[in-house]
Structures are given as structure tokens and as C-alpha cells.
Design a protein around this ligand. Structure first.
Ligand SMILES: NC(=O)c1ccc[n+]([C@@H]2O[C@H](COP(=O)([O-])OP(=O)(O)OC[C@H]3O[C@@H](n4cnc5c(N)ncnc54)[C@H](OP(=O)(O)O)[C@@H]3O)[C@@H](O)[C@H]2O)c1
Length: 264
């Protein structure tokens, strides 16, 4: 475990902390000395993740969370406060892919992608600022996992791109609003990151283009200057930096972790 006195005892909340980028962020923040409270919809996976990380000696707990539901978000933040105290760091990571030929997309899919990826960020942030106690502090960190799709259009991904552009806009506006308070707000924009979601996305394109997932992987890798997907740990590294005291002057930014894919 990394020795780091500066973060000791600070509470970090991570939505979607049972898989991929969220899980890597939970682990790194805990290794930095944060107490971490994580949430996701699958209660068994939440319990298994908490058990695994606790066995590694990390100060982690969590409960079930659906970021699309007001009551669930309220209960999650209250459970975190009851367990560990007021919130110092919020990582809005929970998200879903979703798209298709835009003219054929059912409204329900559009609405669920926007709800899961964008409205959830407002909902979680507001709850953490108020019930989580961050608003009363002189220092806080809000880190939104957006995407390079929040800066450029992704073909067959209109709902996803729209939601992530929304997250970037929300981040910039709230970052400017909260800058005088010592609370920073930033977006991390991953490109292609090897996670279960990335596998589902590749399969979706393979179906849409009537080809194999391996062919899609090759096509995507060819677009990335680095020549490979990023790892969840590489994305978590930026999350960990943004949570630190050194990052105090870094706010209202949308920073890419993408192997050069996003040149903007
Ligand atoms: N992988 C990439 O290439 C990539 C690129 C750019 C951006 N991103 C973004 O990075 C974030 C994490 O993606 P990932 O690739 O790590 O995905 P992942 O491996 O599929 O993990 C997603 C996590 O979010 C949770 N989750 C999903 N819907 C939820 C909901 N409604 N309420 C609460 N938790 C929910 C999942 O658990 P449950 O299913 O149990 O709820 C899981 O813990 C997302 O916001 C994604 O858009 C990923």
C-alpha cells in the first residue's frame, strides 16, 4: 500500500466502483489513504468488491446504488456519511454505452443513456454538495468520468456522445462556479479503455457492421496513435492526481487519457 499522509482519512465516493475504470479508481484512491465508499446496481458485486479490497487492507465499504434514481442516490450518500463522515472527493464514474442508427433509436434508449450518464452527474453532485457536506468545506474534488466522445462525435453513438458532451459542459460550468470555494470540478476523458464496457461496445459495432469483434478491435487500435487501448489503471492515475492537494489549481478542465486519440 502506498504511504500517503496527506489523503489519510479523506472520504471518496465512487459510483460504478465494481468494474473497469471505477474499480481501478477505488483501489488507487484507497491506496492513497482515502476511505472509499463505492456503489453500483448489482448488490452481490458490491459486496464481493468490498470484501476483496478490504482483504487487501484497504479502507473500503459500499452499498447498492442506481444513479438514475433520486431515492437510491439519497440513500447511498447518507450511508456513506453514516459510515465514514462527510465527503471530500466524488468520482462520478457510473455510465453506459448506447447508440445505433439514430433514426432507429427508441426514445427509451436515448432517455436511459442521458439519465445514466448525464442527469446522474447532476443528481449525485447536488446530493454530495448538500447531504454529503462538501458545500460547507473549504476543499473538495468532483471528478466526472466523461469520454473523448464528449469532445467529438462518435458514429452510431449519438446518445452517448450527447451525454458525454453534456458532462463536459456541466463540469466547466460548475468548475467556474465553485472555483472560489476550494472545490475543483474536472472531467477525465478516456478514449478506448479495455473494460467490460469496451468489449460490449466492440460487439455492438461488430453486429452493426456484420463483422467480427476481432476485426473491430484491429480497426479501433489502428485509430489510436499509441496503437493500443489504455488500461483502467492509467485512467485511475489521473483520477488520483486530481484528488490530490497538488491539483488544487486545476479546475473546469476536460483532460484526455487516450493514447493520443483525442488531439483536442
Ligand atoms: N471503457 C471505455 O473505453 C470508456 C471510454 C470512455 C469513457 N468511459 C466511461 O468510463 C466510465 C466507466 O466505464 P467502464 O468502461 O469502466 O464500464 P464498466 O466496466 O461497464 O463498469 C461500469 C460500472 O458502472 C456501474 N453502473 C452502470 N450503470 C449504473 C447505474 N445506473 N447506477 C450505478 N452504477 C451503474 C456498473 O455496475 P452495475 O452494472 O452493477 O450497476 C459498473 O460498476 C463510464 O462512464 C464510461 O462511459 C469508458
Amino acid at each position: 500500500m502506498t504511504e500517503n499522509t496527506q489523503e489519510n482519512g479523506r472520504l471518496a465516493l465512487v459510483s460504478g466502483g465494481t468494474s473497469g475504470i471505477g474499480l481501478a479508481s477505488v483501489r488507487l484512491l484507497a491506496e492513497q489513504g482515502h476511505r472509499v465508499f463505492l456503489g453500483a446496481r448489482d448488490a452481490d458485486r458490491v459486496a464481493a468488491t468490498v470484501k476483496e479490497l478490504t482483504a487487501e487492507g484497504l479502507d473500503v465499504d459500499g452499498t447498492v446504488l442506481d444513479v438514475r434514481e433520486d431515492a437510491s442516490v439519497r440513500a447511498f450518500v447518507q450511508a456513506a456519511v453514516d459510515r465514514f463522515g462527510t465527503v471530500d472527493v466524488l468520482v462520478n464514474n457510473a455510465g453506459r454505452s448506447g447508440g445505433g442508427v439514430t433514426a432507429d433509436i427508441p426514445f427509451e434508449l436515448w432517455a436511459d443513456v442521458i439519465e445514466t450518464n448525464l442527469t446522474s452527474v447532476f443528481r449525485m453532485t447536488k446530493e454530495v454538495l448538500n447531504a454529503g457536506g462538501m458545500r460547507a468545506k473549504s476543499r473538495g474534488r468532483i471528478i466526472n468520468i466523461a469520454s473523448t466522445a464528449g469532445k467529438q462525435g462518435v458514429v452510431l453513438g449519438a446518445p452517448y456522445s450527447a451525454s458525454k458532451h453534456g458532462v463536459v459542459g456541466f463540469t466547466k460550468a460548475l468548475g467556474n462556479e465553485l472555483a472560489p470555494t476550494g472545490i475543483t470540478v474536472n472531467a477525465v476523458c478516456p478514449g478506448y479503455v479495455e473494460t467490460p464496457m469496451a468489449q460490449r461496445v466492440r460487439q455492438g459495432y461488430a453486429d452493426a457492421y456484420d463483422t467480427s469483434e476481432a476485426a473491430i478491435l484491429e480497426k479501433f487500435q489502428a485509430k489510436i496513435p499509441l496503437g493500443r487501448y489504455s488500461t483502467p489503471e492509467e485512467v485511475a492515475g489521473l483520477v488520483g492526481y486530481l484528488a490530490s492537494d497538488t491539483a488544487a489549481s486545476l479546475t473546469s478542465q476536460a483532460l484526455n487519457v487516450c493514447g493520443g486519440l483525442g488531439n483536442f
